[in-house]
Design a protein around this ligand. Structure first.
Ligand code: CTP
Ligand code: MG
Length: 335
C-alpha cells in the first residue's frame, strides 16, 4: 500500500492555489452571522440567569474555535461551579424555560453520550445545542483558536478538509467516521510535522495558561501573538498542503503502529498508549490522542467498516490531487 505513495507533487500544483483560496473565502461566515450568534447568546444568557444566577454560558465548538463555516449551528456550554449536578434535571428544566420563550424545536436529549438541549431560534434562524459542564470542550476550543492565530494556512487547510469531509460523507461520527474536531487536530498535527514546521507545539512550550478541569491539567503557551512569524520560513502554499495532507493519510500514515499527538507535536506509538487491541468499543484502527484528555482516542468511533470507507476516501482525494485536471471541483463531488 505504501508503495503507491506519490513521491513528487504534480508540476502545476501552484495553479490550484487561487481556486482553493477562493473556496476558503467563500466558506468564511459573513459578519452578520456573528452578530446573530451574539444576539442568540445574549437571549440565552438572560433566560438562564433568571433561573440559575450563578451559572455561566460559554460558546465552544466551531462558532468559537474559528473553524466554523458559514451557517453552522452553535455549541453552548452551561457551566455550574459544582461539578456533580443532576444534568438530566437541569436539561429538562432548561427545555421548559426555552420552550416558554418561543424558541422552537426544543428537545432535551438526556440519554445521549453528551446530554444536550437542542433548539432553533426563529429570530435568527440559528440552531443551537446546549450541554452542561463540558468545560474541557471550552478549553480545547481555546487551544484550537490559538493555533489558528499562528499561521493563516491552518484555517485554510482545515476549512478545505472539513468541506471535503462533509461533501464526501465522512464527517458522521454516528456512522463511524470522524468528527470535525478530529479533522482539525489532524490538520494541526500535520502542520506541526512539516519541515520547516508551520506550527509549533504549544503544549511543549513554557506555560502561560493553565486550568484544571475534571482533574485534567490543561496548560500551554497561549501568547500566540508572539508566534506570528513562526511558520514563515516554510513557503508551502495551501494547494501543496492539501496535496500533502491527503497523500499522508492515504499512503504515508502507519495505521498499524502510530498515534498522532498534537500534545507532543509528534507521532507516538500505539504500544506506548496501550492502544494495540480492541477494548470494549474502542478499536483503535486510526489513532488520534485528544490534546488534554489523553486517554481519549478520537478515532475510537471508527470500526472495521468505516476504516475502509475513510482510507478509500483519503486515497481518492490523494489521487484527485495528483492527477485530476480540476481537483477543486472533483475533490468535493457528492459521493
Ligand atoms: N469535542 C470534544 N471531543 C470530541 C468531539 C468534540 O471535546 N470527541 C468538542 C470540541 O470542543 C469541539 C466541539 O466539541 O470543538 C464541537 O465538536 P464538533 O461538532 O466535532 O466540531 P465543530 O468544530 O463544532 O464542527 P462543525 O462545524 O462541524 O459543527
Ligand atoms: Mg458544532
Amino acid at each position: 500500500r505504501m508503495l503507491k505513495r506519490h513521491m513528487e507533487c504534480r508540476s502545476d500544483i501552484q495553479r490550484l492555489n487561487a481556486p482553493f483560496l477562493a473556496l476558503y473565502e467563500s466558506l468564511i461566515p459573513p459578519e452578520e452571522e456573528r452578530a446573530k450568534q451574539k444576539q442568540l447568546l445574549a437571549l440565552l444568557e438572560k433566560l438562564v440567569c433568571k433561573e440559575w444566577p450563578e451559572a455561566r454560558l460559554y460558546l465552544y465548538g466551531s462558532c468559537a474555535n474559528s473553524f466554523g463555516v458559514s451557517k453552522s449551528d452553535i455549541d453552548v456550554c452551561l457551566a455550574f461551579n459544582e461539578m456533580d449536578v443532576n444534568k438530566s434535571e437541569i436539561l429538562l428544566k432548561l427545555a421548559d424555560i426555552l420552550q416558554s420563550d418561543n424558541l422552537q424545536n426544543v428537545q432535551a436529549l438526556t440519554r445521549a453520550r453528551v446530554p444536550i438541549v437542542k433548539l432553533m431560534d426563529p429570530a435568527t434562524g440559528i440552531s443551537c445545542d446546549i450541554c452542561i459542564n463540558n468545560v474541557l470542550a471550552v478549553v480545547n476550543t481555546k487551544l484550537l483558536r490559538d493555533y489558528a492565530k499562528i499561521d493563516a494556512r491552518l484555517r485554510q487547510l482545515a476549512f478545505i478538509v472539513k468541506h471535503w469531509a462533509k461533501s464526501r460523507g465522512v464527517n458522521e461520527t454516528y456512522q463511524g467516521t470522524l468528527s470535525s474536531y478530529a479533522y482539525v487536530l489532524m490538520c494541526i498535527h500535520f502542520l506541526q510535522q512539516r519541515r520547516p514546521a508551520i506550527l509549533p507545539c504549544l503544549q511543549g512550550m513554557e506555560t502561560t495558561y493553565s486550568v484544571t478541569v475534571d482533574d485534567v491539567e490543561c496548560s500551554y503557551f497561549d501568547q500566540v501573538e508572539r508566534l506570528r512569524n513562526f511558520g514563515s520560513s516554510n513557503k508551502e502554499s495551501v494547494a501543496q498542503l492539501v496535496w500533502a495532507f491527503f497523500n499522508y493519510w492515504a499512503y504515508g500514515h502507519d495505521y498499524a503502529n502510530s498515534v498522532i499527538s498534537v500534545r507532543t507535536g509528534s507521532i507516538i506509538s500505539k504500544q506506548e498508549k496501550d492502544w494495540t487491541r480492541r477494548i470494549g468499543n474502542d478499536r483503535h484502527l486510526i489513532c488520534m490522542e485528544d490534546p488534554f484528555e489523553t486517554s481519549h482516542d478520537l478515532g475510537r468511533v471508527v470500526d472495521k467498516f468505516s476504516i475502509r470507507v475513510l482510507r478509500e476516501e483519503f486515497e481518492r482525494a490523494a489521487d484527485v490531487m495528483q492527477y485530476d485536471p480540476n481537483p477543486c471541483v472533483t475533490l468535493f463531488e457528492p459521493y
